[in-house]
Design a protein around this ligand. Structure first.
Ligand code: HEC
Length: 147
């Protein structure tokens, strides 16, 4: 009996190990942290059901953020500050997003500065995805402030 259990465990481990190596790339630390700390509000994928959305999706956030902050260092600094001290004046998203969702609640106490550094770098490096076509790129879209 014991031998069988060991064998099964061994097989399961081997199978798992294979899967990890071949099919699913291991998620990065940034992705894991974002999933834990931010994804309850910011969807990592394009939301399917808009009626349940409580905040702009990550690809939309980064699309707008990179228009105002094309420089990575400045973008990362902005994200680290905004997550702890969000204000209407600082916000780069379209004003109608704040009207719709309200200002983001400060995540102070929910995320450390070190974690935010990792999260913000991951956000900048991976979003928006290459095939992203946002709304707001039409003729009515104005770039308000580039910083
Ligand atoms: C409780 C829900 C909630 C959580 C959790 C949350 N956010 Fe937000 N976030 C919002 C909402 C709502 C907005 C849109 C309004 C605004 O910009 O303040 C927003 C906007 C943003 C913006 C755009 C800011 C701007 O200039 O308009 C960034 C960047 C952002 N969030 C990053 C994060 C990160 C990083 C985390 C995780 C550490 C996080 N958020 C967790 C609700 C949330």
């Amino acid at each position: 009996m014991k031998k069988q259990i060991l064998l099964i465990t061994g097989l399961a481990l081997a199978f798992n190990g294979n899967l990890m190596a071949d099919a699913i790339p291991a998620p990065s630390e940034g992705e894991i942290l974002f999933t834990q700390k931010c994804a309850s509000c910011h969807s990592i994928t394009r939301p399917k059901d808009m009626s349940t959305v409580v905040a702009p999706a990550l690809m939309g956030v980064m699309h707008h953020l990179k228009i105002s902050y094309p420089n990575k260092d400045k973008a990362v600094t902005f994200i680290k500050d905004y997550v702890i001290n969000p204000t209407k004046e600082k916000a780069i998203c379209m004003p109608k997003k704040i009207e719709r969702f309200g200002l983001m609640p400060s995540q102070k106490g929910n995320v450390t500065e070190e974690e935010l550094e990792v999260i913000a770098n991951w956000m900048f490096d991976n979003f928006p995805p290459k095939n992203f076509r946002g709304m707001g790129q039409g003729k009515n879209f104005k770039i308000l402030r580039v910083r």
